[in-house]
Ligand binder design. Structure first.
Ligand code: HEM
Length: 458
């Protein structure tokens, strides 16, 4: 029998049919948003703390909730036009310990040590700020997160109100994070610094790869196809064989947009870029221009594509080694993958590219609700953040400094960022980029399978 969490290749039509005929219904036991993003424009993320001694009430509430969550199967059936409310649910190690007093002592699974210890305990590995400096809602123990999403903000608010009312007798809402997708003129999703985001993602269905091919992407150059095994593990709390879940990271990352854009301008001056060429400065930092064009393809057939590697730029003269996307995915074998599902938060009056002056840009209060799924947190998310982004000496031969977007310096420092200029490929004097993204709080979770929400409590 096919098991979802061992599939090493994208799901083709035959495999999909087999999974759908399976009486265990693995795709209906799996929550949505993992194998495909929910894609809604608006989302509310409710960070929850179960009140002491209310386990029976919480357990009852979980059963009601389980029937209302969006499954992977339902996501496959929805279309742009038909898609309505989306709901997903996550439990932290504190949440499991609340529901099952034997967790983690007699824990039947969920062995991931990073998950068990929680994000606050990961501080030293990730160079995160002290949890006492996080936003107040994140300072207490977070047991669970409910993610609600919709294209219609009124429908989302209504759903959020209903769920808040349904849980108030046994659960405290520590924080509600409102996500709102931002788009550029081409309709692509962008993040607050103004760059197209979500372009490079693992894809789990052959049909999604076929769609890319029809759009002109060259899968022989870079193939984002992946097997569900990179994100799924069996859910030990489900008595149903084949039911899977996924480890999930949630981080509220504030973006200091005004300071970042000022630094981009400084880099442009140092590199003597003028006029339209000033855009190159930011592209060196991110690895793509604002419209998504990879800087490594700039002088060839540049466009918003994901069909590229760095094979023709071995010295980092077109795309520097520290550029966010090259640092975090040098597109070489052996680099782990995560399934990114973040959404921007916070509203602002002017977009980065249309603001007449820096003073029109936000200094705080906006950013990214970074979210990712994986089969294990330490070798996937934590490896990317700690061993790549925060490590000034990765890759070791070049030692290019930390990731200028998300690197958090530790005892090894920032390193020296050197930037290639447009013409002569000479390395200019260093301009160090860091501290434009700050962690405001977060937690590690597991995305339980739907059957387990009926079975978790002893
Ligand atoms: C506020 C924080 C962040 C911003 C503004 C940001 C921005 C971006 C942008 C603009 C891209 C290019 C679009 C794309 O290729 O999909 C990108 C790609 C990516 N980011 Fe981030 N990011 C942030 C945080 C993170 C974090 C925390 C991680 C993981 C530790 C991460 C991992 C990645 C990965 C894996 C890619 C794809 C690279 C590739 O495959 O070429 N990002 N990010």
């Amino acid at each position: 029998m096919l098991t979802l969490h061992t599939l090493a290749r994208p799901i083709d039509d035959w495999t999909l049919e087999t999974l759908q005929r399976d009486p265990r219904q693995p795709l209906s036991a799996l929550q949505g948003n993992i194998l495909r993003g929910h894609g809604r424009f608006y989302a509310a993320h409710l960070l929850l703390h179960f009140q002491p001694d209310r386990r029976a009430a919480v357990t009852q509430w979980l059963r009601t909730l389980a029937a209302q969550l969006t499954t992977a199967q339902q996501q496959l059936e929805e279309t742009r036009q038909s898609r309505g409310l989306f709901r997903a649910f996550f439990l932290s190690a504190h949440g499991y310990a609340y529901l099952d007093s034997a967790f983690p002592r007699r824990n039947p699974g969920l062995h991931d040590p990073a998950f068990r210890a929680g994000m606050k305990a990961a501080r030293h590995r990730l160079n995160d700020p002290l949890p006492q400096t996080w936003e107040p809602g994140y300072q207490q123990d977070i047991h669970a997160m409910l993610l609600l999403a919709a294209d219609d903000p009124v429908a989302l608010q209504h759903d959020t109100d209903l769920w808040c009312a349904s849980l108030q007798l046994h659960t405290t809402v520590c924080a509600i994070e409102h996500g709102q997708a931002m788009r550029n003129a081409h309709g692509d999703r962008v993040e607050h610094f103004g760059y197209a985001d979500g372009l490079s993602q693992p894809l789990f269905f052959q049909s999604d790869l076929a769609r890319l091919k029809r759009r002109g992407e060259h899968l022989d150059i870079w193939n984002p196809g992946a097997g569900p095994q990179i994100a799924l593990v069996p859910d030990p709390y489900a008595r149903q064989e084949g039911a899977c879940g996924s480890y999930f990271v949630f981080r509220k990352l504030e973006q200091r947009v005004r300071a970042f854009k000022a630094m981009e301008q400084r880099l442009a001056r140092v590199l003597q870029l003028t006029g339209e060429a000033t855009e190159r400065a930011g592209a060196l930092v991110v690895g793509r221009f604002e419209d998504g064009t990879p800087i490594v393809l700039q002088d060839t057939d540049g466009r918003r594509t994901n069909s590229f590697t760095y094979a023709d730029d071995p010295d980092g003269q077109r795309c520097p080694w520290q550029a966010h996307i090259r640092k975090i995915n040098p597109r070489q074998p052996g680099i782990p993958t995560i399934v990114r599902r973040g959404i921007t938060y916070g509203t602002r009056s002017a977009e980065s590219h249309e603001a007449a002056s820096l003073s029109a840009l936000p200094t705080d209060g906006v950013g990214l609700l970074f979210m990712c799924y994986q089969r294990a947190i330490a070798p996937q998310f934590e490896f990317l953040q700690a061993a790549l982004a925060n490590n000034p000496a990765f890759p070791s031969k070049q030692a290019p400094g930390i990731d200028p977007l998300i690197g958090q310096p530790g005892s090894q420092g920032v390193g020296w960022h050197r930037w290639p200029n447009a013409a002569g490929h000479t390395q200019q004097r260093p301009v160090n980029f860091y501290d434009f993204v700050r962690l405001k709080g977060g937690e590690y979770f597991f995305t339980p399978s739907l059957p387990s929400l009926h079975q978790i409590a002893p």
